[in-house]
Design a protein around this ligand. Structure first.
Ligand code: GLA
Ligand code: ZN
Length: 674
């Protein structure tokens, strides 16, 4: 449990009363009561107000705010305020500001703007985190620590360059080791001294954000910057832990955010928390996948939904309102995938600067008679009624998809075969197919044990880390089904090709080898021609993006390419290996093929769909103490008809018994307890 002081789904969110007067705060608290809001995340961007200069700290306002919230039983998720440094600090100590990708030294401005290797930033972040922890550690309102805010972005300053060189020395030991790992004999890049190495940005190896001349250098810089920010987080973490032994510590993550290796970070978070901001047109299965990924960061442990908007964002191009019922539906979607909190950014709208048009529980009109407030209050009452029923319940999945940030960096830094290859999109295709089938799916790291799974899918597993191929072999040997795709098994951790035929270390388990890789133009397709009827699959499907030209070395050829000079070569193969089988999908298939393939495999393996539902109706299940809670979420704009089976079960939200044919309203939510 995140904190047993509050054994229910926490409800609340970011709250910035430093932006308004005391009377307004009184009004806010009155309205929080009306909506059953019980947690406020405070002090996220208050560094400048707490520390007006180098030697002065002033906690008076924060004391008052926390005490006032506590008086009305509102708990506090307390942030350390280091998400934006004060202006005086940037003026006095220019090392706190970053150097950007173009090599420009930044001035004061924005937020999430500190150089992670700035001695000044590290010193003062440590100090303020320690002071806050010491002061509030025993405050009865405190339920969680929130370090900084949405860590991200890279810096290319001289302090970072120095730290990068030390990081490299640690990693490679000798300059010869580095030259070998990076393949610097290419384009005369041999380094003789560590200080010849510069940061890879638009002034050196890179352009356009992720185009590079030297993948190994760029890859290591991403690892290094992710580690540097993680060190900043850890500096604060350790300070807090010195004073506060038992309160859980987190920092809010951003789902599939590209720049940080969240699997590495999550090892240092007591509880994962994340900020969910889908657009009106984000596929529902993408949001579902992201929740599953956040759950997977700590091997299935429940997570916090730290932020979502009650109505709209401000930072998208077109900030559509969440339609009536959608905020509730998406809140339950988070819970359905393992969230134990439902929190918003923000509880009251600011009236100045760039977030004044960002949705809030309390709108600019300032009273409770708004659509958004009514919807928030209704949800608040429901969550209160749910009490601790769902808290700490777990998801039991037999299917897993492997996700890896370093692999993603390598794939997207690759020069060739296609700029259209987007790792997350390929992963999502597979997740989406399982989602359509209502098959519960975990998103796991390459380090995760595969033992609990029957089906493991590793789309575009381009980079093979030590031990991964062996783990896959053991998994298949024991009877597991493994699926991987084109552009897999190609390189090692420093992006050096494994010679002797792709897919390198996965070749044995897959029983194929790939000779060439063709990149298709936008709009161009090839075909997947089935050799036989295979369960739900027969006839011809389409594929695009990349086509591996493969040869079987024992794998059964399930389908062949339908056109071009490689017509008749295998495109889908399955290799029997030990008690299991390993599939290779040599191109990017259409959704019908994937749905058919996964239907077959799940049927063969006895991986059951949770419920047969119309398209657009999502199903997940959480279990606890021998009970199961099945979430049925209707994302459609029309009611959906469900067949619940003969046995009457409790509808958790109404307490009524449900069975047989059931009509779930548009955007409706049903949670069945069994
Ligand atoms: C992020 C931040 C918040 C706020 C929201 C707006 O999630 O953490 O401070 O800016 O975005 O969507
Ligand atoms: Zn820097």
């Amino acid at each position: 449990m995140i904190n047993n002081k509050l054994p229910k789904i926490w409800y609340g969110g970011d709250y910035n009363p430093e932006q308004w007067n005391d009377e307004t705060m009184e009004e806010d608290i009155r309205m929080f009561q009306l909506a059953d809001i019980d947690v406020a995340t405070v002090n996220v961007f208050s560094w400048a107000s707490i520390q007006p200069n180098e030697d002065t700290y002033n906690f008076e306002k924060l004391d008052q705010m926390i005490n006032r919230l506590h008086q009305d039983r509102i708990s506090v998720c307390l942030a350390t305020s280091t998400g934006a440094h004060p202006a005086w600090m940037a003026k006095r100590y220019p090392d706190v500001t970053r150097v950007d990708y173009e090599g420009r030294k930044r001035k004061f401005g924005g937020r999430h703007n500190s150089c992670p290797n700035s001695p000044t930033y590290r010193k003062y972040a440590k100090l303020i985190a320690g002071k806050i922890a010491e002061r509030y550690k025993d405050h009865p309102a405190l339920v969680a620590w929130h370090i900084s805010n949405e860590y991200g972005g890279y810096c290319y300053c001289d302090n970072c360059a120095d730290a990068f060189r030390s990081w490299l020395q640690q990693r490679y030991g000798t300059i010869e080791g580095l030259n070998k790992a990076w393949y610097t004999s290419f384009w005369g890049h041999t380094f003789y001294d560590w200080d010849e190495i510069v940061t890879p940005n638009a002034l050196s190896e890179e352009w356009g954000g992720n185009r590079t001349n030297f993948q190994s250098i760029s890859l290591d810089y991403r690892r290094f910057q992710s580690d540097s920010l993680l060190e900043c987080y850890l500096i604060e973490y350790d300070e807090i832990r010195k004073h506060s032994a038992n309160i859980q510590i987190t920092t809010n993550l951003m789902g599939t955010y590209p720049e940080l290796d969240y699997f590495k970070w999550a090892k240092h978070l007591d509880v994962v928390s994340w900020d969910n901001y889908p657009s009106i047109d984000t596929p529902v299965s993408y949001t579902a996948m992201t929740h599953a990924l956040m759950r997977g960061l700590k091997s299935g442990q429940p997570f916090m939904l730290m932020e979502q908007t009650p109505s709209q964002q401000n930072w998208q191009a077109y900030n559509a309102l969440k339609r009536p019922g959608v905020m509730r539906l998406w809140s339950y979607q988070a819970v359905a995938h393992g969230a134990d909190t439902v929190m918003f950014f923000q509880l009251r709208r600011s009236i100045g600067a760039c977030e004044k048009y960002h949705g809030a529980v309390i709108e600019h009109v300032g009273h409770e008679h708004t659509r958004v407030f009514r919807e928030c209050a209704e949800l608040g009452h429901e969550l209160t009624a749910l009490s601790d029923k769902l808290i700490d319940s777990r998801i039991d999945a037999k299917a897993a998809i492997v996700f890896d940030w370093e692999n993603r960096w390598a794939v997207e830094l690759s020069s060739g075969p296609s700029i259209a290859l987007k790792y997350v999109d390929e992963v999502h295709k597979y997740y989406d197919a399982l989602f359509e089938l209502n098959i519960q799916t975990d998103m796991i790291s390459v380090e995760e044990s595969l033992e609990q799974y029957d089906l493991v899918i590793a789309p575009v597993m381009y980079m093979i880390k030590p031990g991964f191929a062996e783990k896959v072999e053991a998994f298949v040997q024991r009877g597991g089904t493994f699926i991987t795709t084109f552009f897999s098994g190609i390189v090692n951790e420093t992006d050096i090709v494994t010679t002797g035929g792709y897919p390198g270390k996965l070749r044995k388990v897959l029983g194929i080898w790939a000779e060439e890789i063709d990149a298709l133009l936008p709009g161009q397709q090839n075909q997947i021609v089935m050799n036989n009827v295979y369960g739900a699959l027969s006839g011809t499907y389409t594929c695009n993006l990349l086509c591996d030209l493969i040869h079987s070395e024992g794998a059964e050829v399930v389908a062949e390419y339908g056109s071009d000079f490689y017509k008749g070569m295998p495109v889908v193969t399955v290799n029997k290996f030990g008690k299991g089988e390993a599939w290779y999908i040599a191109s990017s298939p259409d959704e019908h093929f994937l749905k058919g393939l996964l239907t077959n495999i799940c049927q063969d393996k006895g991986i059951e769909s949770l419920l047969d539902t119309p398209t657009g109706v999502e199903v997940t299940r959480r279990n606890k103490d021998g009970k199961s809670f099945t979430f049925i979420l209707n994302h459609n704009s029309e009611a959906a008809e469900l067949q619940l089976g003969a046995e009457p079960c409790t509808d958790l939200l109404t307490g009524e018994l449900v069975s047989g044919t059931y009509r779930l309203a548009a955007k409706g939510v049903l949670i069945i307890e069994k």
